[in-house]
Design a protein around this ligand. Structure first.
Ligand SMILES: Cc1cc2nc3c(=O)[nH]c(=O)nc-3n(C[C@H](O)[C@H](O)[C@H](O)COP(=O)(O)OP(=O)(O)OC[C@H]3O[C@@H](n4cnc5c(N)ncnc54)[C@H](O)[C@@H]3O)c2cc1C
Length: 399
């Protein structure tokens, strides 16, 4: 067992920490205005981050899932929204490049777009009715074959960095599908006709991700827009759970790390008038800091371990359970750490523009970001108990 980061990982972490320091300068403003941190995306593009995880055989840096985890934990410490939204790119590009179900032709097209043309790709699978409560919910967006390719119509929702990305990978139901679990994934360029954005992302936290609604009305796309199609999209989503949702865990881990560091800085700097020492010397403050440290380090180790399993074992049941465990542990740790950090900052820390206030709101989304904490526990329990999914009663009564 080796707990040290490799030299390569340490260099990557350091590079990301430098970028994060720059992102932090504008983070509060983007949060307040709920604006795209486009200059951060441009910097990440210039620094080669679009191809960070793209396998070397496709021209990328191939740092793997653990490398990605280390990088996004560090990036999120500067601007959580930048890291969360930019992660969408790897989250949808990597399953396509790694899946044996995807054709080599489609992989080559994606690699050319990302590596050679340096295009930023968003992803939008969610819709207003999307829920994990009752399992897979049928897609309402429809893709229809037309003479010149495809026409998509439907309302999508929660599409991060939609207006900043060059393309958005959209999932729809093929009109001819025999089953509700079928799906087709198409690349929709930002300037496609029949595509518009409803800017409804005015939220509690992660405001600069601008995860707006995407409206598609007879949006026409050429046949080359198709990335993947299947009569049952489930296995594809499960096999690449690490990228599809596991990649967000690192971002929230970064929020916890940033809140911890900010709390340390605040209590170290604040010396109440009439006292010779900073708040850091107070016994109760020290105890809070120690508990936050234990929470943070436990969450980090569980997350790194899940990423290492993903790289070394692939999508085994053990890896999938570890990814759910990490998401759950990080979600709970972020909630506790950001709340305690706010408490230690006191009333001085609750003003708009305060880093503690922003991290508290961004961190509040950690257990909510899919897979939600309840959903993680639901999946982990069936793994630990060795339950047969077919033998479980449905969570809700069907219509
Ligand atoms: C910051 C942010 C950015 C996002 N960006 C994107 C994006 O770029 N592209 C995209 O496609 N989507 C994106 N999403 C959307 C996301 O992926 C989900 O599809 C959407 O959030 C699902 O809606 P929900 O959480 O309200 O639904 P639900 O799944 O209905 O969850 C609501 C609550 O129900 C309970 N629950 C749900 N399922 C279970 C279960 N099985 N067992 C027990 N309890 C359960 C939990 O308490 C859960 O918190 C983003 C979301 C966030 C928060």
């Amino acid at each position: 067992m080796d707990f040290r980061l490799s030299d390569e990982h340490e260099r990557l972490r350091q590079r990301c920490a430098e970028l994060a320091a720059d992102f932090a300068i504008r983070s509060a403003e983007h949060d307040r205005e709920a604006t795209h941190p486009s200059e951060n995306y441009a910097r990440l593009r210039d620094e080669g981050f679009l191809a960070l995880t793209v396998p070397k055989k496709w021209g990328g840096a191939g740092v793997g899932f653990l490398g990605h985890t280390i990088a996004f934990e560090a990036l999120a410490q500067g601007c959580p929204s930048t890291a969360l939204a930019f992660n969408m790119h790897a989250s949808v590009v990597m399953p396509v490049l790694e899946s044996p179900e995807v054709t080599t032709d489609a992989k080559r097209r994606i690699a050319e777009l990302v590596v050679d043309q340096r295009k930023l790709i968003a992803g939008n699978f969610s819709e207003p009715g999307t829920t994990s409560l009752i399992g897979a919910r049928p897609l309402s967006a429809r893709a229809r074959r037309v003479d010149c390719g495809y026409s998509i119509t439907g309302r999508k929702m929660f599409a991060s960095m939609l207006e900043a990305a060059d393309y958005c990978m959209v999932m729809a139901l093929p009109e001819t599908a025999a089953s509700a679990s079928a799906g087709i994934i198409l690349l929709v360029p930002r300037d496609a006709e029949g595509r518009r954005v409803e800017a409804n992302w005015d939220t509690l936290g992660m405001r600069a991700t601008r995860s707006d609604a995407l409206i598609l009305e007879d949006c026409r796309l050429p046949p080359s827009a198709v990335v993947f199609q299947s009569d049952d999209i489930g296995p594809f989503r499960l096999a690449h759970a690490n990228w599809f949702w596991g990649s967000y865990t690192a971002v929230y881990l970064g929020v916890a790390a940033a809140a911890f560091k900010e709390a340390v800085d605040v209590v170290s700097a604040r010396r109440p008038p009439g006292y010779a020492q900073s708040l850091a010397y107070h016994q109760d403050v020290r105890r809070h800091i120690a508990e936050m440290s234990a929470d943070l380090e436990a969450a980090r180790l569980v997350t790194y371990h899940s990423a290492w399993l993903s790289d070394t074992e692939g999508p085994t049941p053990r890896t999938t359970a570890a990814l759910y465990r990490a998401k759950y542990v990080v979600g709970e740790a972020v909630s506790r750490i950001t709340r305690t950090a706010l408490l230690l900052g006191g009333a001085h820390g609750i003003f708009k523009g305060s880093r503690l206030e922003q991290l508290f709101r961004d961190g509040a989304l950690a257990p909510i970001q899919p897979p939600q904490a309840d959903f993680c526990l639901w999946n982990m329990s069936s793994y630990e108990l060795g339950l047969d999914p077919e033998a479980m009663i449905p969570p809700l009564k069907a219509n």
